[in-house]
Design a protein around this ligand. Structure first.
Ligand code: GRF
Length: 200
């Protein structure tokens, strides 16, 4: 049985989608823990109600990024993770933290990377006038919103869309592609070579 640790900062709907998929299917992995960097992360309640261990490493209480990342790493490693899943985890990570989980840490970003890195991706898409937008699951590298792409889903941008309507359309796709990408990883189907991911 492989161990998955999921990191959240807020609502946790992607975490919820992954937990539900792991409960429904015959996964060779379990969600060992859900860890948040804020005690008020709403998703913690869902995880606890589903019998998953939860922990909070409060980023605000650490004097530096390095000190926080070291404490977070120590907490994560208590669960001997095969995979670390960032699910709406709103932190920029230090290079040494990223290196420690190289090849075993995934993120989801709400845009079709490499377009629209950073925050406010739906507004960025509306401002650019693109007709297609979406979400990307990728391995995490030291560069923000960068790294070998595992899966993407596209949605149309419609006349009259607002940031909220577009976000909702993208989020529905996130909830499909992220659990599938996590399952592909734990089933050993993903290989990364020269920055590209292939799926067996
Ligand atoms: C998602 O849109 C995710 O792509 C982005 O932040 C949002 C988190 O939502 N990184 P949730 O906490 O998973 O509901």
């Amino acid at each position: 049985m492989k161990n998955i640790v999921i990191l959240i900062s807020g609502r946790g709907s992607n975490m919820e989608a992954i937990v539900r998929a792991s409960q429904a299917g015959n996964w060779p992995a379990r969600i060992a823990a859900v860890i948040a960097n804020r005690a008020d992360a709403a998703g913690l309640a869902f995880a606890a109600a589903n019998g998953i261990q939860t922990a909070v490493v409060p980023s605000r209480e650490f004097p530096s990024r390095e000190a926080f990342d070291a404490a977070l790493q120590a907490e994560i490693d208590r669960y001997a993770p095969d995979l670390v899943v960032l699910a709406g985890f709103m932190r920029i990570l230090t290079e040494s933290f990223v290196r420690h989980y190289e090849g075993r840490m995934l993120n989801i970003h709400p845009s079709l990377l490499p377009s629209f890195k950073g925050l406010h991706t739906h507004q960025q898409a509306l401002d650019a006038g693109v007709k297609l937008h979406g979400a990307t699951v990728h391995f995490v590298t030291a560069e923000l919103d960068h790294g070998p792409i595992v899966a993407q889903a596209a949605v149309s941008v419609n006349d009259g869309d607002t940031e909220d309507t577009l976000a909702a359309r993208v989020l529905a796709q996130e909830h499909l592609i992220y659990p599938q990408a996590v399952l592909d990883f734990v089933e050993g189907r993903l290989t990364v070579s020269q920055g590209r991911v292939s799926r067996a």
